[in-house]
Write a protein that binds this ligand. Structure first.
Ligand code: PLP
Length: 401
C-alpha cells in the first residue's frame, strides 16, 4: 500500500527496516533454543541478553529487571496479578477511569469474579475535562487494604501524560506496589526508571516499530513478584515458555532505535503534529482538541469535529488512503463514545466526532499538508447531511461526569 498516509501509530506501528533486518537470522539459521547447553543454543542466548540490555538502556534500568512477554496486555496482567498474589492480605486495586481495556477489563474481571470468586475491589480515579488525573482523589482512595496501583503514563486516546512520579511517591510512602502502563509513553517520553518510584512498568513492541507479539515488563529489583506464566525456568523463573527469540531481538533493536529517535520524536514529530492540529483547527469550524495540549505525547492529537460522526470521517479519509482512528467504537450496533472521552465529560456531539491522529518518525510534512487539504471539505460535506447538524440539532447532552 505505497500511497497510505499512516496516522494511527498509537494503534500499531510499521516495523522499522533495521528491526526486520535484525530479527531475520533468528527465523533462518539461528534457530537454537537459548536454554540449550550446546554452543548453538548458547550463541542465541547472547542475542537475547543483548536485547535485554537494549530495552534496559531505553528504560534506564538494569537488564535483570526486564522480563520479556508476549504483548503489553500480558505485561499489564502479570503486574497486577503478581501484586495481588504477593500481598494476599490486601484486596484493593486502584486504577484510573481512562486506562486501556488491558487494565480496566482485567480489574473488572478480578472484582466481579469472572474467573471464579471476586478477588479484590477496584477504585477508578476520575479525570477532569482536560483528561488530567485527579491526584487528590487518588490520595483519598489509598488505604491500608490497597495492594497495587496501576495508572498509565500516557493515555492512548488523548496522549495526556499522567503524574506517575507523584502517584508513585504516594504509593512508596505507604508501601504499596505501583505499576504503570507506559505502553504509549516508551520511546516518546524520556525515562529513567531507576530514579523513579515505579515498581513495575509495561511496554509493547508493536508501538515502537517492532512486530506484534512481544512486550516487556520492568520489575524493579526488590519488588515481590509472582509469575503469571508458570512453566520452565526462562526469564529467571519469572515467565515460563521458550523465548520468542526473533521477536525479542526485534524488540531490542526497536528499543535501541527508539532511544536514538527520542529527540526526533520530541522535535520533528511534535512539530508535524502541531502543524496538523493548528491547520485543522483553523480550517474546520467547531473543531476542538480533546485533552490538555501541553503535557501530552508529542505524536498524538485527538480532535473533535462537532456535529459529525467520527466513523463517517474515517471512512471518507480512508478513500484517500489516510489512516486514523475515532473516539467511538461501533460495538453492538450503536456508536458508543469512548470511555476516555466520556470520563472527561466531552459533550455527546463532540465525542461522536472525535478523531485521533497519531504520528511517527516516518511521517512527513507533505502528508500533513495532504490531510489538511482533504479533511476540511469532508467535514463540510458531512455537516450538511448530519442529523446532529448545527441547525436544529438536539440539545447538547453531556455524558460522564
Ligand atoms: N495499554 C495501552 C495504553 C495501549 O495503548 C495498548 C495497545 O493499544 C495496550 C495496553 C495493549 O498492548 P498490546 O496490544 O501489546 O497487548
Amino acid at each position: 500500500m505505497p500511497d497510505v498516509i499512516y496516522l494511527d501509530n498509537n494503534a500499531t506501528t510499521a516495523v522499522a527496516p533495521e528491526v526486520r533486518e535484525a530479527m531475520l537470522p533468528f527465523l533462518t539459521d539461528l534457530y537454537g533454543n537459548p536454554s540449550s547447553i550446546h554452543t548453538f543454543g548458547g550463541q542465541v542466548m547472547k542475542h537475547v541478553d543483548r536485547a535485554r540490555e537494549q530495552v534496559a538502556d531505553l528504560l534506564g534500568c538494569h537488564p535483570t529487571e526486564v522480563i520479556f512477554t508476549s504483548c503489553g496486555t500480558e505485561s499489564d496482567s502479570t503486574a497486577i496479578t503478581s501484586a495481588l498474589a504477593c500481598w494476599p492480605e490486601r484486596r484493593h486495586v486502584i486504577t484510573s477511569r481512562v486506562e486501556h481495556p488491558a487494565v480496566l477489563n482485567l480489574c473488572q474481571a478480578l472484582a466481579t469474579g469472572a474467573h471464579g470468586r471476586p478477588v479484590c475491589r477496584v477504585t477508578q480515579v476520575p479525570v477532569n475535562a482536560a483528561g488530567e488525573f485527579d491526584l487528590p482523589a487518588f490520595g483519598d482512595a489509598l488505604d491500608d487494604d490497597t495492594a497495587v496501583v496501576s495508572v498509565m503514563w500516557a493515555n492512548n486516546e488523548t496522549g495526556v501524560l499522567f503524574p506517575v512520579e507523584d502517584v508513585g511517591a504516594l504509593c512508596r510512602d505507604r508501601g504499596i506496589v505501583f505499576h504503570t502502563d507506559a505502553i504509549q509513553a516508551v520511546g516518546k517520553v524520556p525515562m529513567n526508571v531507576a530514579d523513579l518510584p515505579i515498581d513495575m512498568l509495561s511496554l509493547s513492541g508493536h508501538k515502537l516499530h517492532a512486530p506484534k507479539g512481544v512486550g516487556a515488563l520492568y520489575v524493579q529489583r526488590g519488588t515481590r513478584f509472582s509469575p503469571m506464566m508458570i512453566g520452565g525456568h526462562q526469564e529467571q523463573n519469572r515467565r515460563g515458555g521458550t523465548e520468542s527469540v526473533p521477536l525479542i531481538v526485534a524488540l531490542g533493536k526497536a528499543a535501541e532505535l527508539a532511544k536514538a529517535n527520542l529527540e526526533k520524536e520530541n522535535t520533528q514529530v511534535r512539530a508535524l503534529r502541531d502543524r496538523l492540529e493548528r491547520k485543522l483547527l483553523a480550517a474546520a469550524p467547531d473543531a476542538r482538541v480533546n485533552g490538555r495540549t501541553d503535557l501530552r505525547l508529542p505524536n498524538t492529537t485527538n480532535i473533535s469535529f462537532e456535529y459529525v460522526e467520527g466513523e463517517a470521517i474515517l471512512l471518507m479519509l480512508d478513500q484517500y488512503g489516510i489512516c486514523a482512528s475515532s473516539g467511538s467504537a461501533c460495538t453492538t450496533g450503536s456508536l458508543e463514545p469512548s470511555h476516555v472521552l466520556r470520563a472527561m465529560g466531552v459533550p455527546f456531539t463532540a465525542a461522536h466526532g472525535s478523531i485521533r491522529f497519531s504520528l511517527s518518525v516516518y511521517n512527513t510534512q507533505k502528508e500533513m499538508d495532504r490531510v489538511v487539504e482533504v479533511l476540511p471539505p469532508i467535514i463540510r460535506r458531512l455537516r450538511e447531511i448530519s442529523p446532529f447538524g448545527r441547525e436544529g440539532s438536539p440539545a447538547v447532552e453531556t455524558i460522564g461526569s
